[in-house]
Design a protein around this ligand. Structure first.
Ligand SMILES: Nc1ncnc2c1ncn2[C@@H]1O[C@H](COP(=O)(O)OP(=O)(O)OP(=O)(O)O)[C@@H](O)[C@H]1O
Ligand SMILES: [Mg+2]
Length: 247
């Protein structure tokens, strides 16, 4: 099983849009577990479900198993561990290693080919639990100045966390989103990120496509749609690039 964490502390940078479309596209190739670690429950909504009051994924921190939170989604091969609304991570003490422990004890690796984790826009125990099981971290970012600053902060946080827990650094990939090649600031921001982190870290960008916003209303992820659309083609291309990198 390959575990891919989608993360950026910057809000509104298309983490959830990326997690949902990636999970649904990967479900065409194998079995996928989507973990919605953001109590906003937007990823859960994106795959035709909703946040749970007391049987969401966050209940693993209160002693539940991970598998008892699983529910079906819009895709047969895609299982969801929905968000638990109103879970407050700051009410609890040391929450390290819980997700990793559940993966091991419930032999999650044996049941899924891919696990995608959507994370909240914070650097907290939820993100740390995710990084402890990550094979790869995808950082979506909107290409403007603060977007590039946030990528730098995220990359540093990932490296620092890996050092702290003595774990190999997960493969890091940077995904420009809502990219418009006609806006000079977008082109400049992309160049800066390429220079700073290396071209090989960058995925080809996702353009603006209003269908990517509307999909949450209809619980119909763009990559599962028929016909051609920019968002569909961009997310399919991104998934192929990611699969090549994961080897
Ligand atoms: N490529 C795109 N084109 C048009 N709209 C987009 C695109 N990507 C995302 N959006 C819209 O932008 C908004 C932010 O996206 P999303 O919710 O995925 O970000 P997020 O990083 O998960 O946010 P949060 O930090 O709140 O978790 C949403 O309304 C989404 O529908
Ligand atoms: Mg989100």
């Amino acid at each position: 099983m390959k575990t891919i964490v989608v993360s950026n502390r910057k809000g509104g940078s298309a983490k959830t849009t990326t997690a949902v479309n990636l999970a649904c596209e990967l479900a065409k190739y194998g079995s996928v577990l989507l973990i919605d670690f953001d109590t906003q429950a937007h990823a859960s909504i994106g795959v035709g479900a909703e946040g749970s009051r007391d049987n969401g994924v966050h209940s693993i921190f209160l002693g539940k198993t991970l598998s008892e939170t699983f529910i079906p989604t819009v895709h047969e091969q895609l299982t969801l561990a929905p968000a638990q609304e109103f879970f407050d991570v700051y009410e609890y003490g040391d929450l390290r290693g819980v997700l990793k422990n559940r993966f091991r004890r419930e032999m999650i690796e044996g049941f899924f080919d891919y696990c995608i984790i959507d994370t909240p826009p914070t650097f907290d125990a939820l993100l740390k639990n995710s990084l402890e099981v990550a094979d790869a971290v995808v950082i979506p970012f909107v290409p403007h100045h603060l977007g590039t600053v946030a990528v730098g902060q995220m990359v540093r946080a990932i490296y620092q966390n890996a050092l702290q827990i003595g774990r190999d650094i997960a493969e890091v990939g940077i995904l420009p989103v809502m990219y418009n090649p006609h806006i000079p600031e977008h082109r400049d921001a992309l160049e800066k990120v390429k220079t700073q982190f290396g071209e090989e870290k960058l995925f080809l960008p996702i353009g603006v496509d209003i269908r990517l916003a509307k999909q949450f209303e209809s619980a119909s992820p763009v990559v599962l749609g028929e016909g051609r659309s920019k968002g569909l083609e961009d997310y399919r291309r991104f998934t192929q690039q990611l699969l090549e990198r994961l080897g």
